[in-house]
Design a protein around this ligand. Structure first.
Ligand SMILES: [Mg+2]
Length: 408
């Protein structure tokens, strides 16, 4: 491939993928010695071969022309989790492009519009050690407010997005699947008692948080639109940040914007979805018909960080807000979220902090010296590329047997 004026051609020489602590980590190497890093969500080791089967499509290509490379593989992804491989490659290419230019990725995406990015924290019930009663939800709020990072916004997994559907008898009119690994397969009309229990729990959490903290709910998928609207209207006095994924969402391989339209225009509670959606094309109807108030693509699933920026800009044109997903994106995903969110328009609310990675990741990487959150904000770093690199010497001990040559 021909080079460009002033620089020799760079070529991708290899892509490797190792599973470290259940999270696939991507390493793209080049003939100029620059390495690109990225990461797929933590609970997805099964995506390792999905990454590696894209190798023949990208080796030999010039990684600095990110879009030209991604055009070759973009059709080989799908809704979460099947777009993660393409998304991670896209992000690793930006890391290389930034390093080749000696610039942070935000400079290549058009420059930063803020020096700090706000991040919100999803708090899981098992992390806090509580269940699904109003008393538990008060403890949940108190735990969040006591965290040293000073988060100002929290997201509460509840209803169909939690074990509430299993723990509260007769929560809804449908079969409860106690043996499914995820609570999400449930869907149906809620019972009046189930509905009132949910309302009491959310009111308890918000009552404890008060007006100085924002509260979002991650509540589905599983609601029928009639219950979704009932809940959104009932909770209007709580001034929630949003309710997420009530109709479709996490791992649902379609969008159904027309059904969201039966809810969103009829309530002042903001309605949010998008973490499962792959590519801008699948956001088109959602945004153009104003089917939700807030979109939440995940750079690990939507097709990468430039794809996420495009969606943020298009949402902003239509008056929709932006709150990217990222709970399991790991330390490299955190780096990517900070870089892209620094460049987003004013519709950005906050991105979801990837809290689900172990402290040892700070020992096997350079870039973040411990949790980088202060008062719920993160300073945008100026290091080249994504700004976080694995340290092979330290990281080697965490490789699984089949991945022993990852750093070779
Ligand atoms: Mg969610």
């Amino acid at each position: 491939m021909a080079g460009e004026p002033g620089r020799a051609a760079v070529k991708i020489t290899d892509i490797k993928c190792a599973v470290i602590a259940n999270s696939p980590v991507i390493r793209i190497t080049t003939d100029e010695g620059i390495t690109g890093w990225s990461q797929i969500e933590t609970p997805k080791p099964y995506l390792q071969p999905i990454v590696l089967q894209l190798k023949s499509w990208i080796v030999g290509q010039d990684p600095v022309n990110v879009e030209r490379v991604v055009r070759r593989i973009r059709v080989r992804g799908g809704f979460k989790p099947w777009g993660a491989a393409v998304s991670a490659i896209e992000t690793a290419l930006w890391d290389i492009a930034g390093k080749a230019a000696g610039l942070p990725v935000y400079r290549l995406l058009g420059g930063k519009v803020r020096d700090q990015v706000r991040t919100y924290r999803t708090l899981y019930h098992h992390e806090v050690g509580v269940g699904h009663t109003p008393e538990d939800y008060v403890k949940w709020a108190e735990y969040g407010m006591a965290l040293p990072e000073g988060f100002t916004m929290f997201k509460l997994p509840t209803a169909f997005h939690s074990s509430m559907v299993r723990d509260v008898p007769d929560f809804y009119y449908g079969d409860v699947q106690h043996d499914a690994p995820f609570p999400y397969p449930h869907k149906g009309l809620m019972s009046e008692d189930g509905f009132e229990h949910l309302v009491a729990c959310v009111e308890a959490a918000k009552g404890a948080l008060g007006s100085k903290y924002g509260l979002a709910l991650d509540a589905g998928p599983g609601f029928l639109p009639v219950d979704a609207l009932r809940l959104a209207k009932r909770l209007e006095p709580l001034h929630l940040l949003w309710i997420e994924d009530m109709i479709t969402g996490d791992y649902v391989p379609y969008v159904n914007p027309d059904v969201y339209r039966e809810v969103t225009p009829h309530t002042t509670t903001p309605i949010h979805t998008g973490e499962q959606i792959y590519l801008r094309q699948n956001y088109k109807a959602l945004i153009e018909t104003h089917a939700v108030d807030i979109v939440g693509p995940d750079p690990c699933d939507v097709g990468g960080i430039a794809e996420l920026k495009w969606i943020a800009e298009y949402a902003d044109l239509h008056g929709l807000a932006m709150a990217p997903h990222g709970t399991a994106n790991g330390i490299l995903g955190l780096a990517a979220l900070v870089q892209v969110c620094a460049t987003l328009p004013d519709n950005l609310i906050a991105f979801e902090y990837p809290a689900r990675f172990e402290p040892f990741w700070y020992d096997i990487t350079e870039g973040f010296d411990g949790v980088p959150v202060r008062n719920g904000m993160i300073d945008v770093p100026d290091r080249p590329g994504l700004g976080v690199n694995l340290l092979p010497k330290a990281a080697k001990a965490y490789l699984e047997d089949g991945d022993a040559d990852f750093f070779d």
